[in-house]
Design a protein around this ligand. Structure first.
Ligand code: TRP
Ligand code: SF4
Length: 534
């Protein structure tokens, strides 16, 4: 193939200063997203770009997807190729998938414009999780589009339908999964209201930079998104993954937080009647292990004050140490005994009573908490959730997320919906799609000679991205071939773009046919296509 491609290249009629098909000045030109200004700002309504994905791990605590890749039995190509680069707490989802247990996947789309190839990543992620046995949810964030972006309802309706058609055309099964519009989902809005009771304005300021000028509806759209994220768990708690771009991470973190705040009980480990924070607990655990010296007998007579002395002698100095010692000294002669503690966070009286009833073995009941001595942490968590659900609570499991890389715009810089040349809309005329790829910036060298000598820069090339993210589909060999041939200098940009452009044209043709077919399906679904709002 490399040969054919180079021939195509040689026959290219473009001017000779641009034989690689790249715009000559592009390789040296600064990339629009290369600035330091917003390279780690995660702003759901801003123009997020990520110049350095590593910072997302270091500064925001997003975890590397590679760490969980092994626990996914047949990972999607976007996972295999590192397009899905990060996650929060994906393990429970992966485990549920492996064990054939219930799990869900949900994502939402703001109907502000036409769906484009960037959205296709998320459509594909949802569909894949659905095919792995998950309950899949696709929602139209019309309340958000209206309140945060000021889009009128007529336009919202048009775009909403278009997103739904593409999602269906790509293979979302609406019989198995659920599609909804925020504006039409009463259960969702009720949940949003409940969640709003656990959130306050200071947090909105801190997380989203809201201020006195922010409209109330915009704030409502935030709690609505929190409700979206937890919606799959209304029937029963289950691991839920939210596939999104990293700009949505603030929402994910907040939703995880709120899911915890809604819980009836908080389960912690303790050693005595008083509270310890995590660092202190760790120190007490060390002292306890050392002093108990392997006896399995829970009834040791190690006293708090002994543990304090031991720590003073043996543990390295730190503030946590001084705090722990002080706390232990105040505990005096109280014996240390490991226990699992249930705190009453939001429990109803009935639920608290039911929990007391349900705990086997030794327990001590206090005003706002219960200490148990024969339960391990995990069993306690499970019991807490069970009692909560039985007593009218949600029992939420903190939602998980996966993050995909943003696609580079075809003209370099950010792929932006408002700049038609930078992206390919799923509605683009296939011939226009072809032309846009042909006109794209590349990672090529200034001349064919240099390209043969040095190889192209596939890692910097929006065209290679098209291959990796979309055009090669599940075919890893094909993707690797393009990459290798490019960096070896066997592949020249003209031919490479010609091939990509043809594939794009075919993809758009096929996709648009399927969208036509999906129209009938969509009409039959129980989803409002025309909003009653004005
Ligand atoms: N805020 C998202 C966006 O800007 C859309 C959205 C709404 C969403 N609710 C969601 C995404 C729930 C994921 C999960 O595109
Ligand atoms: Fe050129 Fe390589 Fe990009 Fe293809 S992948 S367009 S050969 S830089």
């Amino acid at each position: 193939m490399a040969d054919d491609e180079s021939h195509a290249e040689e026959g290219d009629s473009r001017p000779d200063r641009d034989v690689t098909g790249a715009d000559a000045e592009t390789p040296a030109a600064p990339r629009a997203d290369g600035g330091a200004v917003d390279d780690v700002a995660l702003d759901p309504w801003g123009s997020s770009t990520v110049a350095d994905y590593r910072k997302l791990f270091e500064e925001f605590g997003i975890e590397e997807f590679d760490d969980v890749l092994d626990s996914v039995s047949e990972p999607h190509y976007l996972m295999r190729r590192g397009v899905i680069f990060g996650h929060r707490d994906y393990r429970p989802v992966a485990e549920a998938m492996l064990n054939d247990e219930p799990f869900a996947a949900l994502s939402g789309f703001m109907p502000t414009g036409d769906p484009h190839i960037g959205h296709k990543l998320v459509f594909d992620e949802l569909i894949w999780h659905q095919q792995q046995g998950g309950d899949a949810y696709g929602l139209i964030a019309d309340l958000e589009a209206h309140s945060a972006r000021g889009i009128q309802w007529d336009d919202i309706d048009e775009h909403a339908e278009s997103y739904l058609l593409s999602l269906l055309a790509l293979g979302f099964d609406p019989e198995e999964g659920e599609l909804y519009r925020q504006s039409e989902n009463e259960e969702l809005r009720n949940l949003a209201f409940e969640l709003g009771s656990k959130a306050n304005f200071s947090e909105f300021q801190a997380i989203y930079g809201f201020d006195g000028e922010t409209s109330i509806s915009h704030m409502q759209s935030v709690v609505t998104q929190m409700a979206d994220i937890l919606y799959p768990q209304l029937e029963e708690p289950k691991p839920t993954v939210i596939p999104v771009g990293p700009d949505q991470d603030p929402h994910v973190r907040f939703a995880r937080d709120l899911s915890t705040r809604m819980r009836f009980f908080k389960v912690t480990e303790a050693y005595a009647s008083f509270e310890l924070d995590d660092a202190e607990r760790e120190l007490v655990a060390i002292a306890y292990e050392a002093l108990a010296d392997g006896t399995d007998d829970a009834e040791t007579d190690i006293r708090c004050e002994e543990a304090a002395e031991w720590l003073e002698d043996e543990a390295p100095d730190s503030t946590a140490l001084w705090d722990t010692v002080e706390t232990l000294k105040a505990g005096g002669k109280e014996p240390l005994r490991p226990r699992v503690r249930f705190f009453d966070r939001n429990a109803t009286e009935d639920a608290f009573e039911a929990l007391i009833e349900a705990i086997d073995g030794e327990k001590r009941v206090y005003e706002g908490h219960i200490d148990t001595f024969d339960l391990d942490r995990e069993a306690a968590e499970e019991l807490a959730r069970e009692i909560e659900v039985d007593n009218g609570g949600y029992g939420f499991i903190a939602p998980s997320s996966i993050y995909h890389r943003f696609m580079t715009g075809l003209t370099g810089g950010k792929m932006s919906s408002s700049e038609p040349a930078s992206h390919i809309s799923l509605l683009d005329d296939p011939a226009d799609g072809y032309d846009k790829v042909k006109a794209a910036t590349t990672g090529g060298r200034e001349t064919a000679e240099k390209q043969r000598e040095l190889g192209g820069e596939a890692d910097e090339c929006p065209v290679y991205e098209l291959y990796a993210y979309l055009l090669t589909g599940d075919d890893d060999e094909f993707a690797a071939e393009v990459y290798e041939e490019c960096v070896n200098g066997e592949r020249l940009c003209g031919g490479c773009k010609e091939q990509a452009a043809q594939l794009m044209e075919e993809f758009l043709e096929e996709h648009q046919e399927k969208r036509e077919e999906a129209k009938e399906l969509l009409d039959d679904l129980d989803i409002q296509l025309e909003s009653s709002r004005k």
